[in-house]
Design a protein around this ligand. Structure first.
Ligand code: ZN
Length: 377
């Protein structure tokens, strides 16, 4: 198998300023660095090289998305606002917590375009699957504004590009970032040909979206909000019991993954305890499902993950699972988190998964025309 890989130095140049973690500095808040900083991505890219993983990947050059690519998803007014602010020193994407500096517009185009390039590599058979290590992230951005560090909806833009250029119709987006993939869901809210699945910590961010009973206007949004404190078992079981069966029922031609590592045990923003083993297991299941459903077509686009020291090892495990290549590096942090008592599934977590499974199965009943035996497929 072959795995495409996108990384560009300029992704590290996206400037999120000197705020204090989440908030702009000022008053009692001493300037520091935004949680969304280059380090977790540059150190991931560094480990990909130092581990030898890079020699087993297909390098896919990043390229900027065009304005036409962006405008399939975002409003002209929003694109113009980001472009203008970027050219005049910087601004905020929309929620007051998504700062950007000069040149962010071009880097955001390169981030969306990197996800497009990874998608193209898979759709043209250059790679079986692909990982786009891009920045800024995308899954919170809605059509007319950005939020949650996200400027443009990278995955949505790549999905619409694939539909425009490769005749793709049905796509599933699986989002395991610890935050709800609200932006992606909203873009495809009334589109019955896109299944959006989000596994996230309940009411973390945004606090008012991603409830279990929110299925989107078209009924093809599946939300799996998990209680804080979930470890590897809750995540891998969510994928096994809920996500993979939903993918089989939906039968997409392409599976996209919003790959955020902020459910990790070391993350400053999430309250979950997933380790590299959990990310590896989820990826192995998704790789297998993609092979059974859509000739292995699986494209991951990087989202959150704010531990500079641990994100790289979670990412490396995902790349090993995508490519089938074992670097032998392992996870040095296993000494700390591998045997955490928070990994085994608790009865309360099991109850949540049963409810999600039940809801997912009812979605299937509501959409029998999308079963794999559908004559249109
Ligand atoms: Zn996140």
């Amino acid at each position: 198998m072959s795995t495409g890989y996108v990384w560009h130095e300029q992704y590290a140049w996206h400037d999120t300023g000197t705020g204090a973690g989440l908030l702009p500095a000022g008053g009692p808040l001493q300037p520091f660095a935004n949680f969304e900083s280059p380090e977790s991505k540059t150190r991931f890219a560094g480990l990909v090289e130092v581990s030898g993983m890079l020699d087993h990947l297909v390098r896919v050059p990043a390229r900027p998305a065009t304005e036409a690519d962006v405008l399939r998803v975002h409003t002209p007014a929003y694109l113009d606002r980001i472009k203008t602010a970027s050219a005049s020193g910087g601004g905020d994407a929309g929620d007051g917590m998504s700062p950007f500096g000069a040149g962010a517009y071009e880097i955001a185009l390169l981030s969306a375009g990197g996800t497009i390039a990874a998608t193209e590599a898979v759709l043209t058979g250059r790679a079986e699957n692909a990982y786009a290590l891009v920045r800024p992230p995308g899954h919170h951005a809605v059509r007319d504004h950005g939020m949650g560090y996200c400027l443009f909806s990278n995955i949505s833009i790549a999905v619409e590009w694939a539909r425009a250029h490769h005749g793709i119709r049905r796509v599933a987006v699986v989002d395991y970032d610890v935050h709800h993939g609200n932006g992606t869901q909203s873009v495809f809210d009334d589109d019955a040909d896109v299944l959006t699945v989000s596994i996230h910590q309940e009411r973390l961010f945004p606090q008012d979206t991603g409830a279990m009973d929110d299925h989107g206007k078209a009924g093809t949004a599946l939300n799996i909000p998990l209680p804080a404190g979930c470890g590897n078992d809750a995540y891998t079981e969510a994928v096994r019991r809920v996500v993979v069966p939903a993918l089989h029922r939906f039968a997409p031609e392409l599976i996209m993954v919003a790959s955020g590592f902020d459910a990790s045990a070391a993350d400053p923003l999430g309250r979950m305890t997933v380790t590299s083993a959990g990310y590896r297991s989820m990826t192995e299941q998704l790789v297998q499902a993609a092979r059974e459903i859509c000739s292995g077509r699986l494209v991951m686009s990087h989202e959150g993950g704010y531990s500079p020291v641990y994100t790289p090892f979670c990412g490396l495990a995902v790349l090993e699972a995508l490519s089938g290549h074992d670097t032998g590096v392992g996870d040095p942090f296993d000494v700390t988190w591998a045997n955490s008592p928070q990994h085994p599934l608790t009865p309360a977590q099991d109850t949540v998964l049963r409810e999600a499974q039940d809801i997912a199965e009812r979605l299937q009943l509501a959409l029998p025309e999308r079963a794999p035996t559908d004559s249109r497929s």
